[in-house]
Design a protein around this ligand. Sequence first.
Ligand SMILES: *[C@@H]1O[C@H](CO)[C@@H](O)[C@H](O)[C@H]1NC(C)=O
Ligand SMILES: *[C@@H]1O[C@H](CO)[C@@H](O)[C@H](O)[C@H]1NC(C)=O
Ligand SMILES: *[C@@H]1O[C@H](CO)[C@@H](O)[C@H](O)[C@H]1NC(C)=O
Ligand SMILES: *[C@@H]1O[C@H](CO)[C@@H](O)[C@H](O)[C@H]1NC(C)=O
Ligand SMILES: *[C@@H]1O[C@H](CO)[C@@H](O)[C@H](O)[C@H]1NC(C)=O
Ligand SMILES: *[C@@H]1O[C@H](CO)[C@@H](O)[C@H](O)[C@H]1NC(C)=O
Ligand SMILES: *[C@@H]1O[C@H](CO)[C@@H](O)[C@H](O)[C@H]1NC(C)=O
Ligand SMILES: *[C@@H]1O[C@H](CO)[C@@H](O)[C@H](O)[C@H]1NC(C)=O
Ligand SMILES: *[C@@H]1O[C@H](CO)[C@@H](O)[C@H](O)[C@H]1NC(C)=O
Ligand SMILES: *[C@@H]1O[C@H](CO)[C@@H](O)[C@H](O)[C@H]1NC(C)=O
Ligand SMILES: *[C@@H]1O[C@H](CO)[C@@H](O)[C@H](O)[C@H]1NC(C)=O
Length: 392
Amino acid sequence: MAAFNTLRASLFGLLLLLLCTSPASAYNRRACQAPTRNPLNGCPHGTLLVGPAQKFTSVQAAVLSLGNATTAATILILPGNYTEQVNATRQGPLTLLGQTSHPNDATKNTVNILWHNATGTATTGTYDNAYTSVLTIAPTFNASATGSGPSGTPVEAGTPFGNYNFRVYNLNLINDYLPYSAGPSLALSMSYANAGFYYSQFLSYQDTVYVGKLGNAYMYGCIVGGQTDFFYGFGTLWVTDSQIELRGCGGGITAWKGTNTSFVNHYGVYIHNGVVEKANTTLNITHQCALGRPWNAQHRSIFANNYLDDSIKPSGYIQWSATDPRVNFNTTMAEYKDFGPGFNLTGRLEASNTTIEMTPEQYSLYDIPAKVFQCPSGEFGNVAWIDQHPQA
Ligand SMILES: *[C@@H]1O[C@H](CO)[C@@H](O)[C@H](O)[C@H]1NC(C)=O
Ligand SMILES: *[C@@H]1O[C@H](CO)[C@@H](O)[C@H](O)[C@H]1NC(C)=O
Ligand SMILES: *[C@@H]1O[C@H](CO)[C@@H](O)[C@H](O)[C@H]1NC(C)=O
Ligand SMILES: *[C@@H]1O[C@H](CO)[C@@H](O)[C@H](O)[C@H]1NC(C)=O
Ligand SMILES: *[C@@H]1O[C@H](CO)[C@@H](O)[C@H](O)[C@H]1NC(C)=O
Ligand SMILES: *[C@@H]1O[C@H](CO)[C@@H](O)[C@H](O)[C@H]1NC(C)=O
Ligand SMILES: *[C@@H]1O[C@H](CO)[C@@H](O)[C@H](O)[C@H]1NC(C)=O
Ligand SMILES: *[C@@H]1O[C@H](CO)[C@@H](O)[C@H](O)[C@H]1NC(C)=O
Ligand SMILES: *[C@@H]1O[C@H](CO)[C@@H](O)[C@H](O)[C@H]1NC(C)=O
Ligand SMILES: *[C@@H]1O[C@H](CO)[C@@H](O)[C@H](O)[C@H]1NC(C)=O
Ligand SMILES: *[C@@H]1O[C@H](CO)[C@@H](O)[C@H](O)[C@H]1NC(C)=O
């Protein structure tokens, strides 16, 4: 029996590893997304079409039609405003594409998926932040819940990993509950899943992007707009070549939490080669916005090689609050080679109990995605779910 269990465990590990490492099939993304007479020209065989007057008029209906089959699937979405929540539980690879003539430019996306919900001060009733999200990628509701306390809502033992290879190109996910920070209002919630987002927008004001337990998320060429703690979570998020748009200041840009359900060592949020700036010039937020604050003392975030406009505070990061700082030797609130008017070395050094200016040696532990993402099988470096060449 013990031998059988060992065999079963190792086969399960192998299955997880294979699912984690299998690449998506190749196709011509630009051709598939281009508006043509037959919109499915150039798309992988079997691609589902969503649009007004199509068989599927909502993204959720197309996702549900796929059931739990483990085969790879693609969904192409025609231009429009879709007011709906999209929940994806399936494990099989799934790619969502917005139709566009500009597949490498998030500012020209034609597909908006909209929802309006928040928890907290502006709402009545008590419900988890998970209910508010525009797009949720997670195997179960409890896996997606934020919960409270150091480890949040417990996830039942035996909960399977969700999607191993979820990809989104050229979609705008917008939670426009109120045009200012009034409680958590998620645009994206992903947990127990691997997901890559390319040339997409994520807009709300508070807790916009949630990467929860065992979540591995990658963003390239994206636009993320928010005001308060708008990257938060327990998981691992790598954002590169993207624009962070400050729609006001509150809390920090990042608020991360480490728990015993985070992978042991390299969970956190890593923001690289980007631009961090006020959303528009009418906002009066000069030197007021923080790079982040610790949701708990195991917070880990690194801003590396980013241009910071003058919205950023001289100190860079801040403590959680004056009465509850949540900063200790385990807290990593770091930067590496940021530049621009928001980078004030004097201010950073004065706040040395919060903002860490990393040395090349310290930074080298986290300098590529393969060093921070871990498969459910425990392997580092298997990042086949990331599109390494996202330019169409
Ligand atoms: C897919 O699996 C989930 C989780 O096990 C289950 O809740 C759902 O009903 C299944 N859906 C279908 C279409 O079988
Ligand atoms: C979506 O809504 C926005 C704002 O209401 C509008 O400007 C835009 O034209 C709409 N897009 C489509 C494709 O209908
Ligand atoms: C948000 O969603 C929750 C859960 O479905 C619901 O109870 C609440 O009424 C919604 N709030 C708004 C403002 O729509
Ligand atoms: C998506 O999940 C949330 C949270 O469980 C739920 O409130 C919502 O009704 C779901 N939406 C759909 C379309 O299934
Ligand atoms: C989800 O978590 C709640 C709170 O911990 C628990 O009461 C509930 O039974 C769980 N749901 C499922 C389907 O396991
Ligand atoms: C500037 O951004 C803020 C926050 O998103 C918004 O409320 C305001 O309408 C924007 N102003 C202009 C002129 O776009
Ligand atoms: C995490 O800690 C909580 C309580 O602090 C405990 O109930 C849970 O079993 C732990 N989970 C793991 C995976 O160790
Ligand atoms: C900008 O904000 C500062 C500090 O909050 C305030 O002193 C100043 O008057 C504001 N300027 C404008 C143009 O609103
Ligand atoms: C730092 O983290 C380690 C490992 O989780 C823990 O044992 C230790 O108590 C933490 N130190 C502080 C000061 O919280
Ligand atoms: C840099 O930070 C220091 C310390 O907070 C402050 O005195 C100085 O005015 C700041 N310089 C700029 C250009 O913001
Ligand atoms: C960090 O610095 C702030 C401001 O200088 C100070 O109030 C606070 O006590 C310091 N906290 C720790 C944990 O050293």
